[in-house]
Design a protein around this ligand. Structure first.
Ligand SMILES: Nc1ncnc2c1ncn2[C@@H]1O[C@H](COP(=O)(O)OP(=O)(O)O)[C@@H](O)[C@H]1O
Ligand SMILES: [Mg+2]
Length: 145
């Protein structure tokens, strides 16, 4: 598999990777974001959101699924930013909601903490791995997207 590893030295550089990847999206992609807390997953999604002119891609911790409307793209109408960190393993409702969202071909879906659910639900996902190197350095390994 074609992989690419990049180190970033600040949050803007991580956002820039998200912005760059946004240009290659067509709708229907599912992108799983692996990495510990603080490794830059949300920062990356904020970069994607900027490319789609979405202003408010913050992560209020009480919401697991965020849906953002995209108005500047012919193919992509929605971005979903899903953070499974707090899901209750007993609660299947998120998995049902997720399955519906994954059928939306006019959306791109980003999932933080994908390891919290059965990976069989994400057969077509691309994976991005984030790691914390030091206070300002993050290492990001991407499958070719
Ligand atoms: N190179 C970098 N890339 C991304 N974030 C960085 C970087 N250096 C420092 N940071 C800080 O690390 C934190 C990353 O947080 P966040 O993106 O929410 O992580 P995650 O979603 O993986 O838990 C932010 O507070 C950000 O300012
Ligand atoms: Mg996060």
């Amino acid at each position: 598999m074609n992989k690419n590893t990049i180190r970033t030295q600040n949050i803007s550089e991580t956002k820039k990777i998200g912005k760059d990847i946004a240009k290659n999206l067509h709708g229907g992609e599912v992108i799983a974001l692996h990495g510990e807390l603080g490794s830059g997953k949300t920062a990356f999604v904020q970069g994607v959101a900027e490319a789609f002119q979405i202003q408010n891609a913050s992560s209020p911790t009480f919401l697991i699924i965020h849906e953002y409307k995209v108005l500047n793209n012919l193919d992509i109408k929605r971005i979903y930013h899903i953070d499974l960190y707090r899901i209750d393993a007993q609660d299947n409702s998120i998995v049902y909601q997720l399955k519906e969202i994954l059928e939306d071909k006019k959306a791109v879906v980003f999932i933080e903490w994908p390891e919290k659910i059965d990976q069989g639900i994400l057969p077509h996902a691309k994976y991005i791995y984030f790691s914390f190197i030091d206070e300002n350095t993050r290492e990001i390994t991407l499958e070719k997207i």
